[in-house]
Design a protein around this ligand. Structure first.
Ligand SMILES: [Zn+2]
Length: 448
């Protein structure tokens, strides 16, 4: 199937929605627009054609709290494919004595069974400025973004601000991006577990304010992971207004759930860091999305089985923190965002496509529907309804925070580089079909 046509669809891009179609040739998009049907034809009247979604924040096979996140690269990326996600951005597994290039090479071996394309950020754990040469070695391997934690001192993952500043200077020279988990350690009570009483919005606000100053002073493009609160958002905006090159991410669980779930009998199953917050925070995040102030909506997909969390019930400090999300990202954001009028279709594909692709060196190969881009495409039926049942999802977890939720906008077809991962609702993805995506252009460019 070297060339085929998808016609009769509404083509969705951040610049608008147009009736038409695409020509796919050798795995790439060859033409977009009014297409005269010829050759093999996929006619899909009434369907939306979206760019394959990018989930800019997943943790597959992540060792955490004495256990491991439930999805490996095969189950996690099968779940991604089923939900219309054709690219996932994961991380290396950093450790104090492990050189960054070695961490990249090890992770590439683990990721080999992936069914969707993927790239990596190098986790900076125990890194010191005298190891600066490792950054360009990682860049030679295609990794030009680096992940830092300002919290988690007890597990040794925290980066002191002085080290962060030196790293940001080096990353700026490299033309890369720093990705930062923003919670100020001194304002967090690790013994209190992943709950708002122990991890207040204040910790997020202070950390974002600190990182914004470093970003402004070093000029390093800096991606703030999982903004969860109105206060965090205020610090983010203030930083941008002062000239810091910041771009922000939030996650479906902060948009759709609140801290009230912790009162439920199974409240511990919702443990996630940063924790879920209040309706006021939720409203502020939706408003930021509607104003296109953020760069990505990503899931921080880090699932556990019910049993894994059950073991630590009653011991908050030992509770593994993380929620599944990659498979429900696009359907939930379409249904709760677009169908409910909170964001537009064009905004949806910015947050799941062009926004994260630009932030992480993948644009224009990924994240858009334009000639020359990979033919990563989703056919979505905007009228079809769904109900989320954890047991029907493809993640290795048996828990979904959205169990029983109903909505509309069903993913009916998914293409990765012109090959069907999902066709007429059936998952066809094969192990190893995914490819590693090296950082593919000069430096991070946030906006068109
Ligand atoms: Zn994360």
């Amino acid at each position: 199937m070297a060339e085929f046509v998808i016609s009769g669809v509404q083509v969705v891009t951040p610049r608008g929605v147009r009736a038409g179609g695409v020509v796919v040739r050798e795995g790439k998009i060859a033409r977009v627009g009014k297409i005269r049907a010829r050759g093999e034809l996929v006619s899909a009247p009434g369907l939306l054609l979206l760019p394959g979604a990018i989930d800019a924040h997943v943790h597959l096979e992540l060792p955490v709290a004495g256990t491991r996140s439930a999805d490996d690269f095969l189950s996690g990326t099968r779940a991604a494919a089923a939900g219309g996600v054709t690219t996932v951005l994961d991380f290396t597994l950093g450790a104090p004595e492990k050189p960054l290039p070695k961490a990249v090479e090890e992770r590439l071996v683990q990721a080999a069974p992936a069914v969707v394309d993927f790239s990596l950020r190098a986790e900076m754990i125990g890194w010191t400025p005298d190891r600066g040469g490792e950054l360009s070695q990682a860049a030679e391997l295609g990794v030009r973004s680096f992940k830092f934690y300002l919290a988690y001192a007890d597990s040794g993952r925290r980066t002191p601000l002085g080290v962060l500043k030196e790293a940001m200077e080096a990353i700026r020279k490299l033309g890369g991006v720093a990705m930062v988990h923003c919670e100020a350690e001194e304002l967090v009570d690790p013994g209190g577990g992943p709950f708002p009483s122990a991890r207040p919005a204040l910790a997020e606000e202070v950390a974002i304010a600190e990182v914004a100053v470093l970003a402004r002073r070093t000029g390093c493009p800096t991606y703030i992971a999982h903004i969860s609160s109105a206060d965090g958002l205020a610090a983010f905006r203030a930083g941008q207004e002062a000239g810091a090159p910041l771009f922000g991410e939030t996650c479906p669980h902060y948009l759709l759930l609140t801290e009230e779930v912790y009162l439920r009998e199974d409240g511990h199953q919702f443990s996630v860091t940063p924790p879920l917050r209040t309706p006021r925070d939720q409203a502020a995040l939706w408003q930021a999305l509607a104003q296109r102030e953020l760069q990505a909506v990503a899931t921080d997909h880090c699932p556990f089985t019910r049993e894994q969390k059950e073991r630590a019930r009653g011991e908050p400090a030992r509770l593994p923190s993380g929620l599944p999300g990659v498979e429900t990202l696009l359907p939930l954001l379409f249904s709760e965002g677009v169908a409910k009028g909170r964001i537009s279709l064009s905004q949806l594909v910015w947050y799941l496509g062009e926004g994260p692709a630009r932030a992480f060196g993948l644009w224009p190969r990924k994240g858009g529907i334009l000639p020359g881009a990979d033919a990563d495409l989703v056919l979505l039926d905007p009228q079809a309804s769904w109900q989320i049942q954890a047991e029907a999802l493809h993640t290795a977890s048996d828990f979904s925070p959205y169990q029983g939720w109903q909505g509309r906008g069903r993913v009916v077809g998914v293409l990765l580089r012109g090959e069907w991962l999902v066709r007429e609702g059936e998952l066809l993805a094969c192990p190893g079909q995914g490819q590693f995506l090296p950082w593919s252009y000069g430096s991070a460019r946030l906006r068109p």
